[in-house]
Unconditional design. Structure first.
Length: 435
């Protein structure tokens, strides 16, 4: 109480005049204006696209004004900031003037300065910032509609100042964006960060790592190679086509003329369902759909967008000379993010078999990208030795320089490769041991 008594004893109150009363009324009006303008910033910029799509702002005058103001967010923000600063400056100047007219701090000018600073700051923060913004965050649509017309008028009043502010900040914004673009975090950095992160569910971590590496994955890393491709000649009889579909279990099969490098289109099994009782000479070729070709050096994120745009599920992959390297499907792309997707026609683990924690038997045709996933290592683990190889068998050829013999052992980093079976033309099975 002694401190309070000291403060009161140092303050001398002057008579209340009309000017003082008018000044207090003016401060209250300005505080309310500051509250409404400050709350508008939160209200308007918390209205997202989802709320706009719900139509809560349409079919009303103020709602249409809100939509119009949000169409120029930089201009709206400039208007709010300029108006709020003008109002706050007005509050500070008027408060100082009224305080001088109503209170005499001549006995303790330092105390007077301190009380004015603390008092004005408290009023501005509590009534001009915190309370209105908390309310606006919970009632953004209502608050935005209420302030739509006043802000529209204010934007026209402060138009010259706001344009000047927007132009000047755009220069800084361009330089900042350039600076940020030069220091973008690379996918490798994100991948490394994920490996350092302790997550409770490994599946979630695998999906996140798949998303991070998605944009950097080439088509040839997930391709089903030409040697494993199931395709049909367009000269086959209808019963031969049906037999191929039954045996392969595939829903889409490439069709070629004479040679596999001359793909004519894609045959969809569903297009033949209503014609399965037709004779052998049935003209099944009329059901062939246009093929979609992609280069093997393309990125799978671009291919996914093209699949979505063209309502496609399969693409023919070509090499630099125009020859067919293989095919890639929508399922292959999705497996890069979500892992192996098996259906009733897939043979379980047909490309590898896990013997124990550190030992695997791989088919030589398995893609290196898939090997990395199986042994849980980085996608670029084999980059220093792979050359142009996409498969594990191709890696052995790159490392040896020729087809290794059966029983031969090759080493790479902490891995040991035992050639289980091979002939003069190719390697078929490899035993991989992690040391």
């Amino acid at each position: 109480m002694s401190i309070l008594n000291f403060i009161i004893s140092e303050i001398i109150f002057k008579p209340v005049t009309t000017t003082v009363v008018t000044g207090f009324v003016g401060i209250i009006i300005l505080l309310l204006s500051s509250a409404f303008v400050s709350g508008s910033e939160v209200a308007f910029f918390s209205i997202n696209k989802t709320l706009l799509k719900k139509g809560q702002l349409k079919n009303s005058r103020n709602g249409n004004i809100v939509i119009s103001l949000l169409s120029e967010p930089e201009k709206l923000l400039a208007t709010i900031l300029i108006a709020n600063n003008f109002i706050n400056i007005g509050i500070i100047m008027l408060s100082a003037y009224i305080t001088e007219m109503f209170v005499d701090f001549s006995g303790s000018p330092r105390l007077g300065f301190f009380i004015q600073i603390v008092g004005i700051t408290f009023l501005l923060l509590l009534f001009g910032e915190i309370i209105p913004k908390v309310y606006a965050a919970h009632a953004n649509i209502r608050f935005a509609k209420f302030m739509a017309l006043p802000l529209l008028i204010t934007s026209k009043i402060f138009y010259p100042v706001s344009i000047l502010l927007i132009k000047s900040t755009s220069i800084v914004n361009k330089r900042y964006r350039k600076h940020v673009s030069e220091q973008n975090i690379s996918p490798d950095d994100l991948s490394h960060a994920l490996k350092l992160t302790q997550t409770g569910i490994d599946e979630d971590k695998d999906i996140l790592e798949g998303i991070v590496s998605f944009a950097n994955t080439d088509v040839n890393e997930i391709i089903k190679p030409r040697i494993d491709l199931v395709a049909v000649d367009n000269s086959l009889l209808f019963n031969e086509i049906l037999d191929t579909i039954r045996k392969s279990g595939l829903s889409r099969i490439p069709v070629y003329e004479k040679t596999l490098d001359n793909i004519k289109g894609i045959l969809y099994a569903k297009d033949l369902l209503e014609h399965i009782n037709e004779k052998d000479d049935y003209n099944w070729q009329k059901h062939i759909r246009e093929p979609y070709f992609v280069p093997e050096t393309g990125k799978i994120n671009d291919l996914l967008r093209e699949f979505q745009t063209n309502n496609n599920h399969i693409a023919i992959v070509t090499d630099e000379y125009g020859g067919v390297s293989g095919i890639v499907t929508l399922e292959d792309i999705l497996e890069e993010v979500f892992g192996e997707i098996s259906d009733e026609s897939d043979e379980e683990n047909n490309l590898y078999k896990k013997i124990d924690t550190n030992t695997y038997i791989f088919e030589a045709k398995i893609l290196l990208n898939d090997v990395c996933k199986v042994i849980d290592t980085d996608d670029d683990f084999f980059d220093t030795a792979r050359g142009d190889a996409d498969s594990l068998g191709g890696l052995m050829l790159e490392m040896k320089g020729e087809i290794p013999e059966k029983g031969e052992i090759l080493s790479y980093k902490n891995l040991s490769f035992l050639i289980i079976s091979a002939d003069k033309r190719k390697i078929t099975k490899i035993k991989l041991t992690v040391s």
